[in-house]
Design a binder for this molecule. Structure first.
Ligand SMILES: [Zn+2]
Length: 322
């Protein structure tokens, strides 16, 4: 049985950082908007329903995963802490964070209420933050906050399939600080495959097999999948997979969800997110990879039959040996 034919996308224009390209190195804060425009240009927008009427997070939400001193510095714009993610602070930047973090939480919540519905938080900038500070373009631990709130409300536990090019340390670095995080995201459920190419794919499959048994045993109740485009070998800041391998990983994940739902006779709530992807020479390649991931989800899980070939440009100067 297929899931609903459209993907519910939790997007409010306030989650986009304005004037990003001039002030900041990372294009992540602008990516939600750019991706939606890209989907529209490729006549794919009809497969997405935008939900924009969710409430932004407030200070108390961020206290769940962070030191009071750090959250207060972020809300007051106190340097250097407020720029510990390497992104320039502004009031509008702070406001965008209250929406990106709320987007992820609300998307997960909706997938739990309606497991037939794939949800999408077109966001990034969470998985390197730690309790005391931001780090590497990530300001707040959005995954930790979302999952604690979900656990408090529903008593449910989640797993994160983090196929970004970089290890998402935020969850593991928060276990000692955040009470009940081991219940909200059980140990071993922050899944970041290791190695490159075929070994990466083999590691992903191995981890999915273990995760399937956790789902069958009722230890994990929902999945968040973020296929960061910086795990593509031409990205500025990553590079584990060729284009076909990157797409194969999407296929493996969605087919695995389909099979696991069949075997366990359970509907598995699924939320998608974006995470990294940084090519300065050709950002369209990043958007194209994310699009191909969304199309794979629509085709495998939602019954669509979309033909979409990702257009990933060769790097001009590529020193990568693969
Ligand atoms: Zn990354």
């Amino acid at each position: 049985m297929y899931k609903n034919s459209i993907i519910k996308t939790f997007y409010n224009t306030k989650q986009v950082l304005k004037k990003d390209s001039k002030n900041n190195v990372s294009k992540s804060p602008l990516k939600p908007k750019l991706l939606l425009e890209f989907l529209e240009e490729n006549n794919l927008f009809d497969y997405f329903e935008i939900v924009n009427d969710f409430e932004p997070f407030v200070k108390d939400d961020f206290y769940i995963a962070h030191y009071k001193s750090y959250v207060d510095a972020m809300f007051k714009g106190r340097k250097p802490l407020c720029e510990s993610s390497s992104l320039k602070w502004s009031k509008q930047f702070l406001e965008s964070l209250t929406y990106t973090n709320a987007s992820l939480y609300n998307a997960i919540r909706e997938s739990i209420l309606e497991p037939q519905q794939v949800t999408f938080s077109n966001t990034s900038g969470f998985h390197h933050a730690t309790p005391d500070r931001g780090n590497a373009f990530c300001s707040f631990s959005g995954q930790v906050i979302a999952s604690i709130k979900i656990y408090d409300e529903f008593g449910l536990s989640g797993a994160y399939l983090d196929l970004d090019g970089h290890f998402g340390n935020s969850i593991n670095d928060s276990y000692d600080y955040v009470p009940d995080l081991d219940k909200a995201i059980p140990y071993g459920c922050n899944i970041n495959p290791i190695d490159n190419g075929l070994k990466y794919i083999a590691d992903l499959k191995r981890r999915l097999k273990i995760l399937a048994s956790k789902i069958a045993n009722d230890e994990v109740h929902y999945i968040v999948f973020a296929h960061g485009a910086d795990s593509h070998l031409h990205d500025d800041l990553g590079g584990q997979l060729t284009t076909s391998q990157w797409i194969e990983c999407s296929k493996i994940v969605y087919e695995w969800i389909k099979q696991t739902e069949k075997k366990t006779k359970k509907l598995i709530p699924l939320t998608l997110s974006l995470f990294g992807g940084y090519r300065k020479d050709n950002f369209e390649s990043v958007l194209s990879l994310h699009t191909s991931d969304l199309v794979m989800c629509l085709n495998v899980l939602c019954g669509a039959e979309i033909e979409y070939m990702p257009n990933v440009k060769q790097r001009k100067y590529d020193f990568n040996w693969r």
